[in-house]
Design a protein around this ligand. Structure first.
Ligand SMILES: NC(=O)c1ccc[n+]([C@@H]2O[C@H](COP(=O)([O-])OP(=O)(O)OC[C@H]3O[C@@H](n4cnc5c(N)ncnc54)[C@H](OP(=O)(O)O)[C@@H]3O)[C@@H](O)[C@H]2O)c1
Length: 261
């Protein structure tokens, strides 16, 4: 769909990728309704729903507001990070990450789908990750959440084939936002992993929406790695010594991002 025809419900709109996406989409003529637990970022120029997507009340508020507003594109860009060896991840964090990255987008899609199916054309875009298609040491929990999202999106795309709703997935690689703990930047540096600017992810999202393609992954080495991993996954298992050595050995202390205003 042309951006100018899009009324986009954008979750994660207060985040690094979400703010860049809102700006790119607005510049291309789309209208945006953002969602976040925080207040709308300034300067906004978008409608805003303040809600926690991991709660039934938050899901209801967002669904109702989006349907009343006439959303025809749903972009799931909200998400929670998780990095470190499995033994260092508190079980509460493990559950919270699956709740935010997998269950919340599944439930929001399910709730908004009847409305989207009534639109002449509609799109649902999941912001997944290269780590949803290639498992890396230190990202077992996060990778599981994104692999689940990729599986959900693929099946739903086929289920909705022939309807007015197109399902798409965007696979960013590591991106410079507050999402990544400084320990991830160290890991990326030591393993030679490139990091994109959020504006590059936003441009890819806009191109994905306008093209209607099923999926788009960012970064050539990551696209190749995703392909190879799909074909020869177990043969790559010995290739991650550097990644294992670059893992933190103690649980990570959260970095303060300020309280939601
Ligand atoms: N940064 C990367 O390296 C990278 C790479 C690949 C994929 N991704 C994916 O890209 C998406 C955006 O990442 P980002 O880098 O922009 O992260 P970010 O800057 O940390 O932003 C995360 C966003 O998710 C929202 N959010 C989190 N939990 C929520 C909840 N329970 N209810 C409502 N909103 C919630 C946050 O809003 P509030 O805090 O206002 O609630 C914020 O807008 C995520 O899905 C992430 O997994 C990121």
């Amino acid at each position: 769909m042309n951006a100018a025809d899009a009324r986009v419900l954008l979750t994660g709109a207060s985040g690094g990728i979400g703010q860049a996406a809102a700006q790119a989409l607005q510049q291309a003529g789309a209208r945006i309704m953002g969602v976040g637990r925080s207040a709308a970022p300034a300067p906004g120029g978008m409608a805003w729903v303040r809600a926690d997507l991991t709660t039934p009340a938050g899901l209801s508020a967002v669904t109702e507001a989006a349907a009343d507003w006439g959303a025809n594109v749903l972009v799931h860009a909200a998400g929670a990070p998780c990095f470190g060896p499995l033994g260092a991840v508190p079980p509460t964090q493990l559950q919270a990450v699956l709740q935010a990255n997998l269950l919340a987008p599944m439930l929001l899609t399910q709730r908004l789908l009847p409305h989207l199916l009534r639109q002449p054309h509609a799109q649902v875009v999941f912001v997944g990750s290269a780590l949803g298609r290639i498992g890396l040491p230190g990202f077992s929990v996060y990778g599981a959440s994104k692999a689940g999202l990729h599986g959900f999106a693929e099946a739903l795309r086929r289920e909705l084939n022939g309807t007015s709703v197109r399902v798409q997935i965007l696979g960013p690689r590591s991106t410079r936002t507050a999402f990544n703990h400084p320990a991830v930047e160290v890991y990326n540096h030591e393993t030679g992993t490139a990091m994109d600017r959020p504006e590059a992810v936003a441009a890819a999202l806009l191109a994905l929406i306008e093209s209607g393609a099923a999926e788009r992954f960012l970064g050539f080495p990551e696209r190749l790695a995703v392909r190879l991993n799909g074909l020869l996954g177990a043969l790559l298992d010995g290739s991650f010594v550097k990644h294992r050595r670059s893992l933190p050995t103690v649980p990570l202390q959260p970095v303060s991002r300020g309280t939601p205003s």
